[in-house]
Design a protein around this ligand. Sequence first.
Ligand SMILES: [Zn+2]
Length: 382
Amino acid sequence: MKTTTLGSPEQSTPKKIPLRARKLAAEAIGIDSHIDTVQRVLVMGEDLGKRWDVGHVDIPRLREGGTHAPFFALWVPVYFPGAEAVRRTLDLRDAMQSMLDAHPGEMELATTAADIRRIVKAGKIAVFLTVEGGHTIDDDLRVLRMYYQLGVRSMTLTHSRNNNWADSATDNPVHNGLTDFGKEVVREMNRLGMLVDLSHVADKTFYDALDVTSKPVIVSHSSMRALSPVPRNVSDEMLRALARNGGVIGISFGEGFVNPKDAEALESAIKTETTAPLLTGRALDDYAAEDVRTLFGHRVKVAATVDDVANHIDHAVKVAGIDHVGIGSDFDGVSGPPNGLDDVSKMPALIEVLLERDYAERDVKKILGENYLRVIREVTGK
Ligand SMILES: [Zn+2]
């Protein structure tokens, strides 16, 4: 794994993006179902109102790329145990609130599909909040319900390790999928009107959740196992099951997800998170802060390209159908986005590749956001 320091000129030479792609990016409601930028706000105190040359996402770059409705993940590393994970989720929610309060004319909290359409129409960024990792509810549905009250509308059932009620894709299975309590979590999310997110879960957890859910689910940031056989990606069988459920998968840009040549970088990222010491309080926060700084302090050189991402979209469309595919970049959660998609402002480069591959504008709009808007409406009721 080669790494370079920030600011070094390792990025691919940007190709001039034709007007038709930029126009479509501006017209479409662009949703990205997984963005990890909140940790930059919490740990580094960065103001998203400014354009940064570090990280992948801020308000100016969201606007430039046409991602009008980012799902901002309150991502809590699995080394936050029990109630510490609840505290961390609240800290991240508070960091996001500071941004909403600082930029009321630029961004607004959205909790329904109708909110997203209204806020985007008003020329603002619609912030959709999600929680990453079911360990953050500390096995307590009351905590889940309070996250809902704080505006959170989606949660991944696991992160990179099993929790007490669900098996993860990157751990050794202990529950045979979802436990009875895990099934209760899914039902409660259905009842509240929260999206059940099946990225990061083990295959058995995925199928168990589909058996239980009464609403469409999402797979917010995963790609195709047929093209890059990492456990975090989904198989064709899973894709067909997702289509039957009416759900949507957001194609992830992360290293290893898109091009198998980058799989080593993915494994090392998972290992860093799962080999952390057991800490609490301030010591834990300091450890996590160092972890976040390391993530943003280097850039992994990857083999993946914009064309690779388009290949995953093609495959997902072929197997699941055009109504079940979206974008879930994992920007600011990965150290090596594909060449040519170096940050969120470069999204029109992907749009141009899809147009070159003869996707109709209407279908590109579905992938960019309309499919997610349908699922959000079905789950939240509006
Ligand atoms: Zn993730």
